[in-house]
Design a protein around this ligand. Structure first.
Ligand code: P6P
Length: 340
C-alpha cells in the first residue's frame, strides 16, 4: 500500500465496515477497541525507549504466576487497567498480573463486556530487545446488565469469546484481531499515530514447515511428546520432510510467525513437578485468545487432548498445554498423543 494512499483503513473504519456483519461490534465495542489501541500506543512508546528510560529490569516483586515482575510489565498493566476501566464498555476485567479479578470502580460507567489480558507477554525478553506483546480476550456477560456481575463470568469457554487479538511490539507495532469475521492485521504508522490495515484476512498456510518448541524441556516430556518433536525433525510428519525450528520464547512473536508462515507452536505438558505435570501457558489470557485467532485463520489449537476453545475454565489463572498452528500439524500431534 503506497504511503499516503487513500485506501489506508484504520481499525475503527474496518470494524464499522464489518459491523453490519458482526453483531459483536456496537458503539461500546468500538470504544473498547479504541481504548485498547490507545493503551497499546502508550505501551509501545515506552517499549521502544525501554533502554533509555528507567523501565528495564525487574521491580523486585513476584506475580501470581511466580514470575519476576518487570518494570514494563507493571507499567503496561497499569496503563491497560486505567484506560479500559474508563471505556464504559466493561463490567469486569482480569489481568495475568493480578491474582484476583478487577472490578470497575463504582463511579465509572459500565457496559456488558468482560476483558481478560496479558499486559506484556514475553516481558523477560525486554532487556535483550526481543519482541513482546499484549494479548486480549473479550467476552460478553451472560447475566442481566442490571445485576452485579459475578466474577465467575470470567470462566467462559473460549468459543464464547466475542473478539480476541494481540499487539506485537517489534520492528513495527502491529495489532492483529478478530471479531469472528476472519483475522486482520494492522500496522502502526507512527507518523500519523494510527493502526492501518496491512494484513487483511490472514490465514495460516497449510504448507508451512516450522516447528516451535523449547527443546530445553526435553528431559521433562513424556515419550509421546518426545516422539512428536522428533517426527517434525524427520520425515514422519504432515509435510513429509524435516521442519525448520524457530523459537523466540515470546508467545506473541512465535504465534505471529506461525500465523503467517504456518507450521506449529507447542508448549507441551511437562513433568518438571512430577507430582503435578502441567502446561505453562495460561488458558484465559494466552491460549484461548490465540486459539480463537488460529481457528478464525483456518488453523487449529489443542491442549493435546482436545480443542482449546471447548475447555471450560475452572480457575482464573488455569494453565494448559498448547499445540497451535496449521490444522494438519496440530492433528498430527494430537494423534501421536492419543497413540500414547
Ligand atoms: P519458556 C513468556 O514468559 C511466556 O509466557 C510466553 O511468552 C512464552 O511462549 C513462554 O513463556 C516461554 O517459556 O519456558 O520457553 O521460557
Amino acid at each position: 500500500m503506497e504511503a499516503g494512499s487513500t485506501k489506508q483503513i484504520t481499525v475503527v473504519e474496518h470494524l464499522l465496515l464489518h459491523q453490519k456483519k458482526s453483531p459483536a461490534a456496537t458503539g461500546k465495542f468500538t470504544q473498547l477497541l479504541y481504548d485498547l489501541i490507545l493503551a497499546a500506543k502508550l505501551i509501545t512508546r515506552s517499549v521502544n525507549k525501554a533502554g533509555l528510560l528507567d523501565v528495564l529490569g525487574g521491580t523486585g516483586e513476584v506475580n501470581v504466576q511466580g514470575e519476576n515482575v518487570q518494570k514494563l510489565d507493571e507499567y503496561a498493566n497499569q496503563v491497560l487497567i486505567h484506560r479500559l476501566e474508563r471505556s464504559g464498555a466493561l463490567c469486569l476485567m482480569a489481568s495475568e498480573e493480578n491474582p484476583e479479578p478487577i472490578s470497575i470502580p463504582s463511579h465509572l460507567p459500565k457496559g456488558d463486556y468482560i476483558l481478560v489480558f496479558d499486559p506484556l507477554d514475553g516481558s523477560s525478553n525486554i532487556d535483550v530487545n526481543i519482541n513482546v506483546g499484549t494479548i486480549f480476550s473479550i467476552m460478553r456477560r451472560k447475566s442481566a446488565s442490571t445485576s452485579e456481575v459475578n466474577p465467575n463470568e470470567l470462566l467462559q469457554p473460549g468459543y464464547q469469546q466475542v473478539a480476541a487479538g494481540y499487539f506485537l511490539y517489534g520492528p513495527s507495532t502491529m495489532m492483529v484481531y478478530s471479531t469472528g469475521q476472519g483475522v486482520h492485521g494492522f500496522t502502526l504508522d507512527p507518523s500519523v499515530g494510527e493502526f492501518l490495515l496491512s494484513h487483511p484476512n490472514m490465514t495460516i498456510p497449510n504448507s508451512g514447515a516450522i516447528y516451535s518448541v523449547n527443546e530445553g524441556n526435553h528431559a521433562y516430556w513424556d515419550a509421546p511428546t518426545r516422539r512428536i518433536v522428533e517426527s517434525f525433525k524427520a520425515h514422519d510428519n504432515p509435510q513429509k520432510k524435516p521442519y525448520s525450528t524457530r523459537y523466540v520464547g515470546s508467545l506473541v512473536a512465535d504465534f505471529h510467525r506461525t500465523l503467517q508462515y504456518g507450521g506449529v507452536f507447542m508448549y507441551p505438558l511437562d513433568h518438571k513437578n512430577p507430582e503435578a505435570p502441567r502446561g505453562k501457558l495460561r488458558l484465559l489470557c494466552e491460549a484461548s485468545p490465540l486459539a480463537f485467532l488460529a481457528e478464525q485463520a483456518g488453523g487449529a489449537a489443542s491442549s493435546g487432548t482436545g480443542r482449546i476453545l471447548e475447555i471450560v475454565p475452572e480457575k482464573l489463572h488455569q494453565r494448559v498445554p498448547l499445540y497451535i498452528g496449521a490444522k494438519a500439524d496440530v492433528a498430527f500431534a494430537e494423534a501421536q498423543l492419543r497413540q500414547g
